[in-house]
Design a protein around this ligand. Structure first.
Ligand SMILES: Cc1cc2nc3c(=O)[nH]c(=O)nc-3n(C[C@H](O)[C@H](O)[C@H](O)COP(=O)(O)OP(=O)(O)OC[C@H]3O[C@@H](n4cnc5c(N)ncnc54)[C@H](O)[C@@H]3O)c2cc1C
Length: 587
């Protein structure tokens, strides 16, 4: 076989991913550092999944509720994560989120404002105070617009429509990444002294999902194959309110902002059923609780016509709804021919976020693979067993910056470019081109559909040992089939070709999800096991960590770090620290 050729580009740091986390990391690595930095993404700049974020970015300014502060944000995040979060990550996050949001504003983001001119904050599920800074219901768009502008002017080179297929390692440390340009299919080697992985999550493994086509978990899979550990893969968030009708848009997100702005959930009997599941917080309970409640109502025969629940914000009046939720108003008008200012609409759980991911050091975002850093949805530790709404966007800013800083310090420590193994590259090109050579084989789209079916039926919102085991067997079978993936056409803009690597990556991560879910024999946050319905204190002390060696996944437990006294005592007050402080001040 003729030797394939590739282009070689040398950088100090490459950032794979141009969502909020990648762009924030790139700014830190490139601005005034004199280093050569590249940002690489598989879609166009400005199209990353982050652009879809709606409801807001969580930061405890206390602009509307003065008693808010980092301690209460810390408290809410740990509680919602059911205490398997990395407490140090949560501490850093809660303390730094406000600075990162102000920085975003300084760089040009235009937030909605209070009458006094402060950043407006809205309530969101399981946040004690009004905490989500927002721009209507298109916060992600403004975040990306701002970060993109800032990043471009910080100096990195930007590569659009490039799919990375392999992370390269030399002598146990990262040496760069390899992939191809999607427009003409030519191969490219990025040699780099450090790599920041910021490729987002893998919500596309489920049939009903709010996620964009990009969310196929590439970065997590590439890093895992290269030797980085994954953690808490069983933790997948199902957002309670996705569209359920019409079928073509099933899963599309209905922002939590609807409930934040006063939307009410009802079952087919007109009952506000959340009073059964969380009478205190009602519609603003945490996502895991509300998603399960809707699922259970439908199971009990009290669902809406298409298997969800009714959400109603019409009592707020057209002016208010259109001002606060313009995107939602448009979304339902355009896609469902329905006016949410006048009538209730159907919603149901949709796969939304992956809490598991690459295990990172809280201070630097370093993975266990020297030279590899990770931030954003691809990383794990901040959100524990259930992410709070709004905490992802602030995660991207806080840990995107720290990952950029971590990579910068690593490179400034004197690490040189590592050599790459020519034979390994030829082997990779051979692997990547193999689907063209198989005349008859498995269609990658078909395989993806089957995988989504398996994941939905066997590792979805409701799990048990038996159905998970069946799911694992089916995934292993699909993995076999994935050896025979076949596509037609040329290397020029060939979506079928891209789909091959997407599904291979998703298969690996799905195996990781199911193996971890089988081992966690309890219910915690998003992980609901009907055969182990209770949350067990002994399981609160462990994270599940997975490694990949010689084609096999191995799983071990690691102790969750023990909070120091000053943090632990925040949970002994009987309620959120901010509420206690407010009571003390008024008495
Ligand atoms: C509809 C919706 C609404 C949301 N609303 C909110 C909200 O209001 N508040 C909140 O906090 N969170 C929200 N979230 C969650 C949040 O948007 C995401 O968790 C977050 O944007 C992920 O950002 P990221 O930077 O980690 O990755 P992404 O934004 O997913 O970016 C990933 C990047 O990696 C690139 N990439 C992937 N694979 C490859 C590859 N193989 N080669 C090269 N490049 C690659 C992609 O091209 C992309 O540039 C929402 C999510 C959805 C789906």
């Amino acid at each position: 076989m003729a030797q394939e050729s590739y282009e070689t580009l040398d950088y100090d740091i490459i950032v794979i991913g141009a969502g909020g986390a990648g762009l924030r990391a790139a700014v830190e690595a490139a601005e005034n550092t004199g280093l050569k930095v590249a940002v690489i993404c598989k879609s166009l700049l400005g199209k990353a999944h982050t652009v879809m974020a709606e409801g807001g970015v969580a930061a405890s300014f206390g602009n509307l509720d003065a008693p808010d502060g980092w301690e209460t944000h810390f408290y809410d995040t740990m509680r919602s994560g059911h205490f398997i979060n990395n407490y140090r990550m949560v501490e850093i996050f809660s303390k730094e989120a406000t600075d990162r949001v102000l920085e975003l504003e300084y760089w040009g983001a235009i937030f909605d404002r209070t009458k006094e001119g402060r950043i407006m904050q809205r309530p969101f599920g399981a946040h004690t105070f009004r905490r989500l800074c927002h721009i209507g219901d298109h916060t992600g768009l403004e975040l990306i617009r701002t970060m993109q502008y800032k990043a471009i002017h910080s100096g990195p080179d930007i590569f659009h429509e490039v799919t990375m297929t392999k992370l390269l390692v030399h002598n146990g440390r990262v040496a760069g990444a390899f992939g191809y340009f999607r427009d003409d299919g030519h191969f490219v080697l990025f040699r780099a002294r450090a790599v920041v992985m910021a490729t987002g999550g893998w919500g596309k493994v489920f049939k009903v999902t709010s996620n964009s086509w990009e969310s196929t978990g590439d970065g997590a899979a590439l890093a895992f194959r290269a030797g980085a550990d994954l953690m808490d893969m069983e933790m997948v968030q199902f957002h309670p309110t996705g569209m359920v009708w019409p079928p073509g848009v099933r899963g599309l997100l209905v922002t939590e902002g609807v409930r934040g702005e006063g939307g009410l959930l009802r079952n087919s009997e007109g009952e506000r059923f959340m009073k059964t599941y969380d009478p205190e917080r009602m519609e603003l309970s945490s996502r895991d609780v509300v998603a399960r409640a809707i699922f259970r109502e439908a199971l009990a025969g009290r669902g809406s016509p298409h298997g969800g629940a009714w959400l109603d914000i019409s009592h707020k009046g057209p002016e208010y709804v259109k001002a606060k939720l313009p995107g939602m108003y448009q979304q339902f008008m355009t896609l469902a021919d329905l006016d949410i200012t006048k009538e209730a609409f159907e919603v149901g759980p949709t796969c939304h976020y992956t809490m598991g991911g690459l295990r990172v050091d809280p201070e630097t975002c370093a993975t266990n693979l020297p030279g590899l850093y990770a931030a954003g949805e691809v990383a794990c530790g901040l959100h524990g067993a259930n992410r709070l709404g709004g905490n992802s966007l602030s995660d991207l800013l806080v840990f995107g910056r720290r990952a950029g800083m971590g990579a910068l310090q690593y490179v400034q420590g004197g690490t040189e470019l590592a050599p790459v193994d020519e034979a390994e590259l030829q082997q990779e090109m051979d692997r990547v081109l193999a689907p063209f050579r198989r005349e008859k084989g498995v269609n990658p789209y078909h395989l993806h559909e089957q995988l989504q079916e398996v994941m939905t039926n066997h590792a979805g919102i409701r799990r048990s040992g038996e159905i998970l085991q069946e799911g694992l067997d089916q995934i292993l079978n699909l993995k076999e089939q994935a050896q025979q993936l076949s596509i037609q056409g040329s290397r020029t803009y060939n979506p079928g070709w891209h789909a091959v690597f997407d599904v291979q990556n998703m298969l690996l991560l799905c195996e990781g999800i199911v193996r971890s879910a089988l081992e966690r024999k309890e219910s915690r946050g998003a992980h609901w096991r009907v055969d182990f319905p209770d949350e067990m204190p002994e399981w609160q002390k462990i994270n599940f960590v997975e490694s990949y060696r010689d084609g096999e996944i191995s799983l071990r437990t690691e102790p969750v770090g023990q909070m120091p006294e000053n943090l632990a005592k925040l949970f002994t007050l009987g309620k959120a620290p901010g509420l206690v402080n407010a009571e003390t001040a008024s008495s």
